[in-house]
Design a protein around this ligand. Sequence first.
Ligand SMILES: [Zn+2]
Length: 651
Amino acid sequence: MKTSRLYLGALILMIGTITLSAQDDQSIIWDHEDVICKEQEHAEFKIQQRGNRTAFADQTDIYYQIMKWDIDPAQYYITGEITYFFKSKVDNLTAFHLDMANELQVNSITRNATPLTYTHTSDQLLTISLGKSLALGETDSFTISYEGAPPSNGFGSFEQGTHAGQPVIWTLSEPYGVRDWWPGKQDLIDKIDSVDIYVTTPPGQLAASNGKLMSTTELNGKLIPHWQHRYPIASYLVAIAVTNYSAYSQYLPLDNGDTIEILNYVYPETATQSQTETERTIQIMANYNRLFGTYPFAAEKYGHAQFGWGGGMEHQTMSFMGGFSFGLIAHELAHQWFGDKVTCGSWTEIWLNEGFATYLTGLTYEDQSPDIYWPQWKTSTSNSAMSQPGGSVFVDDTTSTNRIFSGRLSYNKGAYLLHMLRWIMGDEKFFAACRDYLDSPGTAYDFAYTAELQSYLEQRSGKDLDEFFNDWYYGEGFPSYNLTWTQQADSIVFWLDQTQSHPSVSFFEMPVPVSVVLNGAPQTFVLDHSTQGQRFSFPIGNTVIENVSIDPEIWILSKNNTVTEITTSTYQPIGQNSFNVFPNPAQSFVEIVPAKDVFAADFIDNLGRKWKTTISAGRIDISALSPGYYILMLKNSNGDLLSVQSIVIAR
Ligand SMILES: [Zn+2]
């Protein structure tokens, strides 16, 4: 705890207060909060509907699927045929399990035209008897033919709508909607390593999907585009959308002479406007390429397909978009690295998808609007994260869908956690660690956990980040800093304290940037804050100090910070060294020894508010004062200053 300190030869001339809460400017941060809100809404609904997770999902490894669908957007119906190629991950595998909605009907399950037996039970589990026993590592395949009207529930995984009088059907499976429209493993455990997708549609319709458009064939007057995807894909990221799209491509040129295609399927009635808006994808992608390595599916394409839902969804290589606002384009594109290439291994670690996508949206503003939108993004995102005193990025209550998909915590505090790691590590090491996480075996094109990210960050920084993750990931809340400073001879001296908004963290160990204007030029001092009342001294020569502020660039989640100046004076307080103030911390009273000359005292709190009292026999009743940190000024009967002390009132 804090101990009593003396400020030698000091007289308080000015008390300054700086509060780091700028006004909310969400309207200018485009639709950032709206994107979050929509995603949260959708995911919550699906989670409520989810039922059981895929049984025995880890017994098999699906390495290839051929997926054929027949969709007429005017009909709320799907007909499908899927062939699964898989490897057994156990010995004596005799059955294969898939999630499949009860509304869908199996027509047949065959291996090389030979029927296999199966059960489709009321818990929406399809169990296929393989008719033989597979050894560990042995491969097999079968084909499921099915059809039906998928369950309709308003936030559906399979949705029908209209635009300008034209029908559209789209899918959106995250997190547990796969089974509503195709029999699959919807757990975060087995990416399908490769897929070929064929969608039969009526003439005049285009079907958007994952991967590269290889060909479009015509059969009996119908169109069959063939999409081929040769990268591992989580089941929930497989998607199709069908309507009378207008299609156009835009291209990002790469340094090596190649280009990345950005293929846009948009509603024809707004195609001209969309073309202007989607053009911005090029510059956003160029920045992500620079920071996080080339777009992970560059050999195929990136794309947008317009759909009838208000938000967006980062389907692999083809984001589905309700519109083409700047923020939405940046967010969904970011997910191609964080969410698609590397996918959170559990929905409780969804911050690995959403914290990163939120942060990358911020990095887009930093790149394109460093003086306006980037500071506004930081203000808005940090304000949201700190709008309540508690709450961790770590999901401690997995039964609460509100909690898992919390925009404040999984998105905004998650994004700020990354921003603080960047501050601690420096740009070079931070971005290198992010690339390690994206590119290393075990996480690249796979599922990942927070512990893996932490280990890459630790390897690059050479720092043990347990304390950081304990405080900021598992722990709740944020600090409020109280900075006192003075100019002594040729040095600037700081004393730094903090309080915590939530009792789960006793102290946030952080390098705290303090900006000081010296002879008109701003300079940043970094105070490596490890204990209360810590003193820092920096030689500055004969310099005029004009302004001191804590973390003006908002590297750290902190608010209600105060800055208090104690300016050296030629006036020497009488008997500065000869007073003892105790107890400190104090509860309801303090004693001053010796008491003889002390007649009055002023307490100044962190907000600069002054509380005056008179003293009799060296005792002051402080029960009316709120707990906190105070500057105490002792005066004699003439009002002359005798001593300046600091004191903590704690109850
Ligand atoms: Zn997202």
